[in-house]
Design a protein. Structure first.
Length: 134
C-alpha cells in the first residue's frame, strides 16, 4: 500500500501516522487487483478532530470521513467505515458470479414462482415438440 498523510491545523506526529498505517493494514484483504493508494487527511475543526481517508484501488475510489474529540478514535471510526464500503463492494462482486444466490437472482426466482402460482395453466407448453428427423 502507498500511504500519503496531510495534516491541517495540527502538527504532523509520527505516532499518528504509524497508528493509521497499522489500522489500515486490516483492510488490505479487500484489495482486488491493483495496489491501493491511501491518502489520510487529518484536521481540527473547533473541538473535533477529523480524519478523512481517500482510497484509490485501480478503477475504484472510496472516501470516508469521521470526527471525534480524539484523533485516534476518529481514525478507528473512519477505518471501520472504509472497511464496510470495501466489504460491500467485494461481496457484490462475489455474488455477481453466483447469480442464484445474489439479490437479483433471488428476486427473479421469487417473481417466477409467484407467476407460476397465479397462472398454473400457462406453465404447460402450447405444443409439444417431437423428435426432429435428419
Amino acid at each position: 500500500m502507498d500511504f500519503k498523510f496531510t495534516f491541517k491545523h495540527l502538527e504532523p506526529l509520527e505516532s499518528i501516522t504509524q497508528y493509521a498505517e497499522s489500522r489500515v493494514e486490516k483492510i488490505e484483504k479487500y484489495n482486488m487487483h491493483k495496489e491501493m493508494k491511501v491518502h489520510f487527511i487529518f484536521s481540527v475543526q473547533k473541538e473535533a478532530q477529523v480524519a478523512e481517508v481517500l482510497v484509490d484501488s485501480g478503477g475504484q475510489h472510496y472516501t470516508a470521513t469521521a470526527s471525534d474529540p480524539t484523533l485516534y478514535a476518529a481514525i478507528d471510526l473512519v477505518v471501520d467505515k472504509l472497511e464496510h464500503q470495501l466489504r460491500k463492494h467485494k461481496d457484490k462482486i462475489q455474488n455477481h458470479h453466483n447469480f442464484e444466490t445474489s439479490n437479483e437472482g433471488y428476486l427473479r426466482q421469487e417473481i417466477a414462482a409467484q407467476a407460476r402460482d397465479l397462472h398454473p395453466e400457462e406453465n404447460e407448453p402450447a405444443f409439444k415438440m417431437k423428435g426432429s428427423k435428419k
